[in-house]
Structure formats: structure tokens, C-alpha cells
Design a protein around this ligand. Sequence first.
Ligand code: UD1
Length: 450
Amino acid sequence: MIRYYAKGIPLSADWQYKYMEKIVVRGGKPLLGSVEISGMKNAALPIIYATVLVGSKCVIENIPSVRDVAISFEILREMGAKIRMLSRDTYEIDCTHMDIEGVSPELFRKMRASYYLLGSELGRFGRAKVGFPGGCDFGERPIDQHIKGLQALGGTVELENGNISIEAEGGRLVGTNIFFDIVSVGATINIMLAAVTAAGTTVIDNPAREPHIVDLANFLNTCGANISGAGTDMIRIKGVERLHGCTYAIIPDMIEAGTFMIAAAAAGGCVRIDNVIPKHLESITAKLEEMGVEVEDQDDAVVVRRSGPLSRTSVKTHPYPGFPTDMHPQMTVLLSQAAGVSYLTEGVYENRFRYVDELRRMGASIKVDGRTAIVEGGEPLRGAPVKAVDLRAGVAMIIAGLVAVGETEVTEIGLIERGYDDIVGKLQRIGADIERVVIPDPEQALPRAN
Ligand code: UD1
């Protein structure tokens, strides 16, 4: 491994990963050809953590090669799991022997989804101990709905030294009715995991309806759980005594697919996006068509074609089946290419606009008023040095680079690689002028003050 220094101090492995490489994009080339979408990160993560609950050997196919998956494997291995790679995207995960103590708190802080261990450990061992999660910074990201649900199932919660510890009274949770005050993907998943082996029936009212909720339910049911209603506004879970291992394939990543759809719409050209479920992409397809982009649904592909100018529009992000918040920054880049004033309102997070300053460096004219970005579009963007402020914002910078005049350098790309499998290779294969380069002078690579 290369050891990088800045101001004479060796950088930790994390820093090296985050700061020592950049993505360089030279804009102005249309995208042409086809791209294969990987398995969905946000389905793979809960399913990987659910194997702890299952407690025997599972073979999981279509796992994306992204950093959040690698960190999750590291966490599971620290707990004693045996994980074997069977092919590029297929892993055997054996959680027969596990110990919930002893995972380093820094590992939990490296990602958001590590908190799915709360539900899995409680369901399997009757107690859980997890460090506070990290993840992208979109303002406050409380976990009160997770805690409220786990308490309702009979968990006693203690928060100390950066850990969340929960004990089930009598060693087993008891099913009950839970009403979520807000729609939360994470809380829905945690309660589903915890309730699978609880005594009696749990009903979740007002759950999230995202495709990955359905995928997790399908995985758990394949392992012997009894979950119905996933994907609707009420989920019913009849507790079972135990689960068994299975072989399961993760669904395609709708956010990765949507990102390539917007890249093709922004850069122009014609791209077939393979290995998708077109139904999951409906809200994105509808907006693109409204803007004058042609989208053709096939069985497991969508073809995106843009030849003419884009029309302005308004977008508001919502929980599924609404327009996804994880497509917000990419969509703002596209809106910057449509003549006239467009609006993008963030309906899920309190602050997801940190990327706007970066786009302004490239000449975009965007004002933020409360939770709405007001985009005056139609002027060409100019290549500039920008950074990835979070996962989806980072990929939005790449899309901005594809349409900009000149060269764009995106730094802090470790954030992008948390959730995109081979983004540079996939874009190169459809004609983008993009590469990943090592930053020659480490001191230049240190985080820039804004
Ligand atoms: C998941 C996704 C993330 C996506 C988000 C919304 C993973 C690993 N991450 O995040 O990519 O952007 O869904 O689609 O799957 N909230 C509370 N209390 C809680 C829980 C959430 O107030 O207990 C709020 C959040 O602050 C946010 C909103 O609810 O404003 C939605 O969050 P949630 O759906 O829980 O997102 P995550 O599961 O963290």
C-alpha cells in the first residue's frame, strides 16, 4: 500500500482513500451504448445485516462492489462471520458463530446502515449493542422512530459511551402494533428485522414502501419468516421460532439506474440501461419525459435518448413511489441545462443542499430558499475543481463534468465509491472522457475550506 503524508503526518487508510485520488472528466461528449446496473446498495446492506438474524449459511447474489458493503463485511467478520466470495457479485455469508461485543466504534461510524444490527441482534440474541451510525450529512438524522419501535416490542434501551444497547425483556421481543410518525426506510427495516422472531404478531402502520423494503421481506420470507404487506401502507409480521439459510439475488439499484438515465439526458446521446426494473424508475422516467427526453421501457431495460433542448420543470422529492431524494443533486444538474427557471424542493431531509456551492463554482445559477433550489438554467457549465460533499452529490459533480465545457476535477471521491460500483469504468464504456487519477501532491489533496 502506498503511504501518503501531508505536512509530514502520515494519513490514515481512510484519509488516503478519501483524499488521494480524484476523478477527472472532460465534458462535451454524448453518451452512447449500454450499461449494466449492479445490485441495489440499499437492499444489499439490510440483507447482509439480516444474515446475522438468520444465523446460518446464506448465499447472496448480485451484491454491488461498493465501499459500504466492504465495511459491512468488515463489521460482520469482526463479529465472527465467515464470508467467502464465490464470484464478483456473489458471497456466501455464514453467521453461525457470532459475538455482538468487540466491534470497533469507528467501524459503525463509517456508515449509516450498520444500525440494522440493532434489529438483527435483538431478534437473534434478545440483546443488541451497536455504535452510533455515520453516513451522509443531510442535517439532523435522528433515530427516534427506530428506538420507539424497538421499545414498543419490549426492548429496554440504554445510550452510553457512543453505543446503543437494547435488551429484550425475558430474552425475546413481543409483537405489537407500531405507528410511525414519519415514513422512515431505516426504522421500517429495523422493526421488520426485530419482529421476525418476536412472539406473536407485529403490525407496522405507515411504513416506508421502497423496493428495498420489499426485497428485504422477500429475503426474510425465503429464510422462513412470515411477512406480508411489504410495499403497502401496512406490514404484518407473524413471529416465527427460527429462520434457515437460503440463496437469494438482490434487486437492481434504481438509484444507480436513475443516475445513468440523468447522465444520458444531460450529456445527450442514447444509452440502454440494462438489468433494471422499469416500474421502480417511473417517477424518474415521468420527469425526464416532461423535460423532453425520450425514455423507452423494455422488459428489464430502459433506453434513454436525448437529441433536442430540455424543458424547465418543478420537482419535489418524496418517499417511494415519489421522486427519490437520492436523485436530488443529479436532477439539479439536469435542471441547470434547461432554459428558464426550474424548482427542486427537498421533501425528505432538512438540508441536502451542500452541493449547490460546488455547482456554483462551475457557473450554475442556483439560489436556495428554505428547502427549495431555484435553478436558472440554460447557460453552459464550465469545468472546475469541485468536491464530492456526499455520495449522491459526488456523482452529480461527475454528471456536471460530463456537460461542462473543459475539465472538471472531482475530489474526495471515496464518498462516491461508498455507493457506486465502477462508476468510472461504466461511464468510459459509454463514451465519457473520464478517468481516476492519483493526486500527485498530498498537501493539495487536503480538504479545502469552503
Ligand atoms: C435511507 C437510505 C438513504 C435514503 C433514505 C430516504 C439506506 C442505507 N439509506 O436512509 O440513501 O436517502 O433512506 O430514501 O438505505 N427520520 C426521523 N427519525 C427516525 C428516522 C428518520 O426523523 O427515527 C427522518 C430523517 O431524518 C429523514 C427522514 O426521516 O428526514 C427519512 O429518513 P429515513 O427514511 O430513515 O432514511 P435512512 O433510512 O437513514
